[in-house]
Design a protein around this ligand. Structure first.
Ligand SMILES: *[C@@H]1O[C@H](CO)[C@@H](O)[C@H](O)[C@H]1NC(C)=O
Ligand SMILES: *[C@@H]1O[C@H](CO)[C@@H](O)[C@H](O)[C@H]1NC(C)=O
Ligand SMILES: *[C@@H]1O[C@H](CO)[C@@H](O)[C@H](O)[C@H]1NC(C)=O
Ligand SMILES: *[C@@H]1O[C@H](CO)[C@@H](O)[C@H](O)[C@H]1NC(C)=O
Ligand SMILES: *[C@@H]1O[C@H](CO)[C@@H](O)[C@H](O)[C@H]1NC(C)=O
Length: 571
């Protein structure tokens, strides 16, 4: 009798423990591998049966959860803390330590009041840390900027072919680590329309018959059917399991060569005028074919990197557009055709090229035909011209306030001076990703899409030998893939900044600063990403009202995502 009772008690206790473990699911740590190169960080190894996981924990009221990755080897390491009050004295009124106002309506007077708050000497005396190691910022949840669309990577032929070389179990882990809530929850994908340089051979759709204005022979490629579409669909399904939608942006690199003035896949070549309408129809045909495979295209860009077919230094698939030509094609062909099709809600993102290309192309399009600007929904931006100050993005946002800015391509190792295409375990490359994402988000960019989701250990395949690095490298012989620091770099944003988060204002109150960006999530939490590029630590104080703040230490060469729940229990 007694034993049965005890057994029942034990069962109840273990069931309770099981429930607790469900609520606070244990994350699997990084299976770290030292890459054996001086100055590099570690990589995390995944295989068919193991891959590190990370769950986002919504912080309890008046507390925060911090996730840290570092050159030293931390990967999404969790720590916890609570919101503290600067004035902890009984004489303070409740208003002084009120939770922040998270209502959407911005009251201008309110804003003035906050910004004019006199930041007195008494305040800083409360902190023990030396002034030169201290970073103090204040986030303003009454100041709203752009709404975030999301983060992701590209399903190139190369990425999908590498992925398919893994066993089913390892393919599954790969999908989860990018798209599920055990991983970094990507909700954006870019896919080439036909081939790009990251293909095993140069190709387009409907290459034959020649001059086929009606596109009578348009069919998807083997790469679509056996590689790209399966990866996209599994990624979408993994995201859908937690009600996350993966939005697809598609771009053409080169149309079939018979449409082009030089009749070659690369080099100086533009569209022959007699095929302007055919090239617009080519995009519709692609969207129809993908729709038949149950993949909806959310946005198309107006052709990848139009400058490459004007100043032909690149040796891969391209199509040149002068600003005037692009304006004419969008206004007369692409715009009307798309809007009058069953894909009328698909976004058109213009230019899809480096920062230094954007102003001249947009102005040229506008000058050629203002309707081209009416037809576009946004502007797509690449990473390789980021030596141009990011101010150019704010200027564009001011000039075209109703258009979104989306970063559609980024990779490391592509520059001629990069002796190593793949620099395994490089923290420096992760740093460049983190700085770039923070900078873009602070300049009104709504989302950031990485280039190849994965590559082989040489940074390929690439038919034009234009090898680059990737956040995930695949080793088919070992049936494993490794996650480089760049994977965690993007994950510090993608995992914790859900779609429809709004960027919020940040003001610095200290001599020294750390790169940062802050958003308010749809759940009402504040997410701040902070980046310490330096080789020394910093003490950080983040104020969420003028009197309440959180404090933590940022170790050298590290990135932290801090999710703060500013609400009180009763909310
Ligand atoms: C997969 O990775 C785990 C963790 O590193 C390891 O214990 C296991 O042996 C690996 N499996 C294979 C088949 O290599
Ligand atoms: C504020 O008050 C709480 C509870 O009274 C106390 O635990 C905490 O140490 C105080 N903080 C400071 C900075 O005085
Ligand atoms: C600093 O504190 C003292 C005493 O609490 C107060 O009289 C003084 O006005 C404060 N100074 C500022 C700048 O807030
Ligand atoms: C249609 O395209 C295929 C290649 O995808 C080619 O083999 C075939 O000859 C083309 N058909 C015609 C009528 O040109
Ligand atoms: C729109 O499409 C319909 C058929 O789908 C066609 O009859 C009509 O001419 C098109 N309009 C324009 C402006 O292209």
């Amino acid at each position: 009798m007694a034993t049965i009772k005890n057994g029942r008690v034990l069962a109840i206790i273990s069931f309770a423990l099981f429930l607790v473990s469900l609520g606070k699911s244990e994350d699997l740590p990084c299976a770290a591998r030292n890459v054996g190169i001086e100055g590099r960080s570690i990589v995390c190894v995944c295989n068919a049966t193991y891959c590190d996981t990370i769950t986002r924990e919504i912080p309890a009221p008046r507390s925060f959860v911090r996730y840290t990755s570092s050159k030293d080897g931390k990967r999404f390491e969790k720590s916890y803390g609570s919101i503290q009050s600067l004035l902890n004295r009984t004489s303070e009124t409740v208003e002084d330590i009120d939770p922040i106002d998270i209502s959407i309506d911005t009251d201008e007077d309110e804003k003035e009041k906050y910004f004019n708050f006199d930041f007195g000497a008494n305040f800083t005396d409360e902190f023990q840390d030396p002034l030169w190691k201290r970073v103090v910022i204040r986030v303003y949840t009454i100041i709203y900027r752009q709404e975030i669309e999301g983060f992701g990577g590209s399903v190139t032929d190369a990425a999908a072919i590498n992925w398919r070389k893994l066993s089913d179990g390892a393919q599954r882990q790969f999908i989860d680590t990018y798209f599920s809530n055990k991983g970094i929850e990507y909700n954006m994908i870019r896919v080439p329309i036909g081939g790009s340089d990251f293909s095993t051979h140069p190709y387009a759709y409907n290459e034959l018959p020649w001059n086929d204005v009606a596109l009578t022979n348009f069919t998807l490629s083997e790469e679509d059917l056996f590689y790209k579409l399966p990866l996209i669909r599994l990624g979408q399904a993994a995201a859908a399991a937690t009600n996350n939608e993966v939005k697809i942006t598609a771009s053409t690199w080169s149309p079939p060569v018979w449409m082009k003035s030089n009749e070659r896949i690369t080099g100086f070549g533009q569209l022959k005028p007699e095929f302007y309408q055919t090239y617009a129809d080519y995009h519709i045909r692609f969207m129809e074919a993908y729709a038949r495979a149950h993949v909806k295209i959310w946005a198309i860009t107006t052709t990848n990197e139009p400058l490459n077919g004007i100043v032909p230094v690149a040796n891969f698939n391209s199509l040149g557009w002068t600003p005037g030509q692009l304006g004419r094609w969008v206004a007369n062909n692409l715009g009307p055709t798309l809007r009058n099709s069953s894909f009328s809600d698909t976004l058109i993102l213009a230019v899809d090229d480096q920062r230094y290309v954007l102003p001249a192309w947009l102005r040229g399009m506008e000058r050629e035909d203002p309707r081209s600007i009416d037809f576009i929904d946004g502007i797509a931006i690449h990473y390789y011209g980021n030596f141009v100050p990011s101010l150019v993005l704010s200027r564009i946002q001011q000039r075209y306030p109703n258009k979104i800015l989306l970063s559609t391509e980024a990779s490391e190792g592509s520059m001629p001076w990069n002796r190593e295409k793949v620099a395994i375990g490089s923290w420096r490359r992760a740093k460049r990703y983190i700085s770039s994402i923070i900078e873009d988000l602070n300049r009104f960019v709504v989302g950031w899409i990485d280039w190849n989701l994965c590559l082989d250990s040489n940074g390929g395949p690439n038919w034009a030998s234009n090898f680059v690095d990737s956040p995930i490298l695949v080793y088919p012989e070992e049936d494993e893939f490794v996650k480089q620091p760049m994977y965690y770099a993007v994950g510090h944003f993608s995992k914790f900044i859900p779609r429809r988060s709004r960027r919020i204002g940040v003001e610095r109150w200290s001599l020294f600063k750390l790169e940062n960006v802050a958003v308010l999530t749809p759940e009402g939490t504040i997410v701040v990403v902070m980046h310490n590029r330096r080789k020394s630590q910093r003490t950080v104080h983040i104020f969420i009202t003028r009197l309440s703040y959180i404090t933590f230490v940022m170790e050298p060469e590290s990135v932290s995502t801090i999710e703060i729940n500013p609400n009180t229990e009763s909310d």
